[in-house]
Design a protein. Structure first.
Length: 221
């Protein structure tokens, strides 16, 4: 049963839309937060008081302003929530569709739903809440297609890092130097060359530029 919900978004119009969906489902005990730090404090306080939230609905992107914040994004909020041992269901409600960001939230931080903001977002948010009640994962179609794309299932964080450096115009030698400064292994030229060749084969890319283009189109970087 869901009776107490926290919405985290810095746009009041979006908040009102989420509130309307919750009200239609008979959920009226709802609190709002415009900052991730504020949201995290609300979640912790509710736990300490023995009246925890049953659901967290959060955006990922928040506008910078004059305040100094520790948690600057919804990703960081979700990570902090899980590190604090809070197991409440989390639905991400965002315009973001980049595959790697979504995969991290689903696979590493065990979110329960990912709803893409758009024309169908109210309907899909309703579906996501129903999925939470049934202990199921809900993903909007664009995100679902990306997450289950067969060409992306084996790509690792290391691969993303290599391709991102390529997209910034770095040569393999410069990538090797960068990895060394970050204490990341493997970083030898031969290791980087082998991995990039493997990625070009997997993505059927003709060259490095083509590889970067394909990966960008898939939303991985």
């Amino acid at each position: 049963m869901i009776s107490k919900v926290l919405i985290v978004d810095d746009h009041d119009i979006i908040n009102e839309g989420v509130l309307a969906v919750l009200e239609r489902k008979g959920i009226t005990n709802v609190e709002k937060a415009n900052y991730c730090d504020q949201a995290f404090l609300k979640l912790q306080r509710a736990e300490l008081e023995g009246m925890p939230f049953d659901l967290l609905i959060t955006d990922l992107s928040f506008q910078d302003d004059h305040l100094n914040v520790r948690l600057a994004s919804g990703d960081q909020l979700v990570e902090a929530v899980r590190e604090a041992g809070l197991s409440l269901p989390v639905i991400v409600y965002s315009m973001e569709t980049r595959l790697q960001r979504v995969r991290t939230l689903v696979q590493q931080f065990n979110i329960n739903g990912y709803v893409c903001k758009g024309r169908r977002s109210s309907f899909e948010l309703d579906q996501a809440i129903e999925a939470v009640l049934q202990n199921k994962l809900f993903l909007s179609e664009p995100v679902q297609q990306a997450v289950h794309s067969q060409s992306c299932t084996d790509i690792q964080e290391y691969d993303i890092l290599l391709i991102k450096q390529l997209s910034l115009g770095l040569s393999q030698s410069e990538i090797s130097t960068y990895l060394e400064t970050q204490n990341i292994t493997p970083r030898s030229l031969s290791s980087i060359e082998k991995r990039l060749n493997k990625l070009k084969d997997e993505f059927k890319a003709n060259n490095a530029i083509h590889l970067v283009s394909i990966v960008k189109d898939l939303g991985l970087i």
